[in-house]
Design a protein around this ligand. Structure first.
Ligand SMILES: [Zn+2]
Length: 257
């Protein structure tokens, strides 16, 4: 099997970052285990569904946000080391998720964050100066302390996406256990834009329990996906995006090469 390593540097400064962690909720969220069921029908009420979800309502560092008026900053490079992975796919009733193998990671300020999984939202959760894209991919990473770093990539309507085609062909239309699709490998580097221009801010999980433990890095440049592919996902998930949350006292930082 051809193994391909992809290294990309994105300046990212994270001095002084302190997280308050709620480990059981976080681990459950990362593992896709729900204590209390929730839905996208009424995201404003998530905080009332369970004591574990309160931060969804009362938190002040919530995600997603509108990416506008970023501040330039002295940012240090991060490294992304991605390669091919076998396709392990699950419909967890909130999204389509592809689980990663060990060996894919990013390095931020000398700290390694391992890729756990990536998944899809329709429409995009983040917006670009008020505009949503048809879809957004989230690559979820975790470090040894349990902090998360998520890379976000927008998908805009255009050419058929060959990498996503393999995933779409295996996509379960109803809630499922993880399925290993034999003989299918996904090239993770193909799912990132070439241009490292990106936004960064501190935020939260965009699903309950909305834990405020996430360093967000969202690429400015989208990848393409065909209208047919968007429609195919929409058949399964007509809307799985949380509404925009206020920035409050946070800074949105930008970087371009
Ligand atoms: Zn997500």
């Amino acid at each position: 099997m051809k193994r391909r390593t992809f290294v990309k540097a994105i300046p990212l400064g994270l001095a002084g970052a302190v997280f308050s962690l709620n480990f059981p909720s976080l681990i459950a969220a990362v593992a896709g285990e729900n204590h209390t069921d929730w839905s996208y029908d009424d995201p404003e009420s998530w905080g009332e569904l369970s004591a574990d979800y309160q931060v969804c309502s009362v938190g002040n560092q919530q995600s997603p946000i509108d990416l506008q008026s970023p501040v330039s900053s002295e940012l240090q490079p991060i490294e992304i080391v991605y390669q091919d992975i076998p396709l392990k796919i699950i419909n967890n009733s909130h999204t389509i998720q592809v689980n990663s193998n060990p060996g894919n990671y990013i390095i931020i300020d000398g700290k390694k964050f391992d890729l756990l999984q990536f998944h899809f939202h329709h429409p995009s959760e983040h917006k670009m100066t008020g505009k949503a894209y048809p879809m957004e991919v989230h690559f979820v990473h975790k470090n040894q302390e349990g902090s998360l770093a998520v890379l976000g990539v927008f998908l805009q309507e255009g050419e058929e996406n060959a990498t996503l085609k393999s995933i779409w062909e295996a996509m379960p239309s109803h809630k499922s256990e993880e399925k290993l699709i034999k003989g299918v490998n996904i090239s993770l580097p193909q799912l990132l834009p070439d241009d490292a221009t990106s936004y960064r801010y501190f935020g939260s999980l965009t699903t309950p329990p909305c834990s405020e433990v996430v360093q967000w890095i969202v690429f400015q440049n989208p990848l393409e996906i065909s209208s047919q592919q968007i429609n195919q996902f929409r058949q399964i998930f007509p809307l799985n995006a949380r509404p925009i949350q206020p920035l409050n006292r946070r800074f949105l930082l930008s970087f371009s090469e």
